[in-house]
Design a protein around this ligand. Structure first.
Ligand code: AMP
Length: 311
């Protein structure tokens, strides 16, 4: 496993492309956990070479956010990458990525002003700008993103489509506490179902226990949809109220939105995204669920039931 600079990375990527090697890329900010590892695993399975970037990108943090205190666990990250069979870690420092004042940025409009965008103005511009730089450096055929950051994945997909980037974007499911039975993230007693995030490390035990309300809220809202509720505003209101049952939780948003435009839906349809953002103490947490599976399963069940009735 190599750990390399921008120039070396670019040269290596060009060589690999000439050799017709397929490059899979997993961009991260480090402090790796099972969520990141699920992306790396998929990249390993689907490509000849896997590159993981570890870069805490200063321009996607707003003034007063946690850039300075963002967890860094480089030695552990290297160990995990080695165990996962990662070929290259791209780990530039901020001075290498931003050697001079940046006059060029990438901005995706509309979908970046909704959900997290309205609470973190400028955040997505920082994300799309760094991802563009990373794509130009790593030259991947496929890049892997987590549904955990649903809006981020949608914004990047739109940027790639609008600007004809030669890369395929894959969005993989959220890994949650309790999804795995062993390892440092296994902690079924507290915050069950909590989406894994490097920021969970900020939570004290009380906060972590209350953070379980996010997943519980999503699950119940999904059940309400499965049971026939279609009023998006009613569902959003219910989710916000339910989150407030946890005394340490401060709700930023609780929305039911269109999966592409991220606009709030008054009439919920299949594929809709239930999206939450809260603050618990000093920690900001996000989570989401796509309403898809159950409805399809439900229809299939109904279908087989009516077939059985008819036969
Ligand atoms: P980060 O290091 O937080 O910037 O995340 C890097 C990538 O890992 C992003 O595409 C995230 O969406 C993804 N990711 C983070 N947490 C999870 C999770 N719990 N499950 C799946 N993907 C995740």
């Amino acid at each position: 496993m190599e750990i390399i600079s921008i120039k070396t990375m670019q040269e290596k990527a060009s060589c690999l492309r000439c050799e017709k090697k397929r490059i899979g890329f997993v961009p991260t900010m480090g402090a790796l956990h099972q969520g990141h590892l699920s992306l790396i695993k998929a990249a390993k399975e689907e490509n000849d070479v896997v590159v993981v970037s570890i870069f805490v990108n200063p321009i996607q943090f707003l003034h007063g956010e946690d850039y300075e205190m963002y967890p860094i666990t480089m030695e552990e990250d290297k160990k995990l990458c080695r165990q996962m069979g990662v070929d290259v870690i791209f780990h530039p420092d901020a001075a290498e990525m931003y050697p001079e004042k940046l006059l060029t940025t990438i901005n995706v409009s509309e979908i970046t002003s909704r959900l997290c965008g309205s609470f973190r103005p400028g955040h997505f511009q920082g994300v799309t700008t760094v991802v563009t730089k990373l794509f130009h450096i790593v030259k991947p055929h496929v890049a892997y993103f987590g549904q955990k950051d649903y809006q981020q994945a949608i914004v990047i997909k739109k940027m790639v489509k609008d600007l004809n980037f030669d890369v395929e974007i894959r969005m993989l499911p959220i890994v949650r506490e309790g999804d795995m039975l062993t390892g440092k993230d296994a902690c079924p007693a507290s915050g069950a179902g909590l989406a894994l995030s490097s920021r969970n490390a900020y939570l004290n035990p009380d906060e972590k226990a209350q953070a379980g309300i996010l997943f519980q809220t999503l699950q119940t809202a999904k059940k309400m949809l499965d049971d026939g509720e279609r009023d998006g505003h009613k569902l959003s209101d219910w989710m916000a109220k339910n989150l407030q049952n946890a005394p340490l939780v401060l709700v930023e948003y609780a929305e039911v939105c269109d999966p592409e435009t991220l606009e709030p839906l008054s009439q919920v349809r299949m594929g809709a995204v239930l999206a939450l953002a809260v603050r618990i103490g000093k920690t900001r947490l996000i989570d989401n669920m796509v309403w898809e599976q159950e409805e399809r399963e439900e229809r299939e069940k109904k279908g087989s039931r009516s077939k059985r009735c008819g036969s």
